[in-house]
Design a protein around this ligand. Structure first.
Ligand code: DER
Length: 225
């Protein structure tokens, strides 16, 4: 369908930025799947790169497509991180975390010299906040942490799976999905949330993106700052 085609276009276009010898941060999500699949084709043809995965799912895809993996014990600097987003605003601030990998995704994006975001056009918004903001919190005392987020008008909802069990992140933490309404000052909100005891990190990626590749059903548009 059109959205999947748009994700595929964006994901595959991002691979053009990858050069021999690079260390790549591998994001998470269905758009990243197309990037990893295309990157695997280049690795098969001799492209010499290594990647650090941001989730167990991404690690599995990387192995499926024979992408050599490394980790932060081997390298503390990544040349490029490529990842999706749930929303991108006009300043390229992001909401991420729909897939639950936001904490490792942010660690990887922060460690990269260049952070490239790959999205289908539906993710481009005027203001963040239509998509509920994921916030990763410690399981210990999560009810108290959640009430602190509520006092910031976040309307936090603990993320559960279809069996109504609380979802546990790859880091062993919980995630609350928050409805703050339209977020006109995401930088301030991110700081307020990160100050709260019990909050691990938020899905607000503030001024981290260097390039945004927008996929459409028939083409991509590459925007660089
Ligand atoms: O969970 C995440 O942060 C993903 O990158 C998400 O933001 C994008 O997922 P999608 O590419 O499947 O829409």
């Amino acid at each position: 369908n059109d959205q999947e085609n748009a994700k595929k276009y964006a994901g595959e276009a991002s691979v053009n930025f990858i050069e021999n010898g690079m260390k790549i941060g591998l994001g998470s999500g269905s758009t990243v799947y197309w990037m990893i699949r295309k990157l695997g084709e280049y690795v098969q043809k001799g492209l010499d790169i290594t990647g650090i995965p941001s989730s167990h799912q991404t690690e599995a895809w990387a192995k499926q497509f024979s992408i050599p993996l490394t980790d932060f014990t081997q390298t503390q600097k990544l040349d490029i991180a490529i990842d999706g987003a749930d929303e991108v605003d006009r300043q390229w601030n992001l909401i991420k975390g729909g897939g639950g990998a936001l904490v490792r995704e942010k660690v990887i994006a922060a460690a990269a010299d260049r952070f490239i975001v790959i999205v289908d056009e539906s993710k481009m918004v005027t203001n963040l906040g239509t998509f509920p903001l994921p916030v990763e919190i410690l399981p210990f005392g999560w009810e108290v942490t959640s009430s602190r987020i509520a006092s910031l008008s976040g309307k936090p909802v603990i993320r559960t799976n279809p069996d109504h069990d609380i979802v546990v992140s790859d880091n062993g933490n919980f995630i609350v999905d928050c409805d703050f309404g339209a977020i006109y000052d995401p930088k301030t909100l991110n700081h307020q949330l990160k100050q709260l005891t019990g909050v691990v990190d938020t899905g607000l990626f503030i001024q981290m993106a260097d390039d945004v590749i927008v996929g459409y059903p028939d083409r991509t548009e590459i925007q660089s700052d």
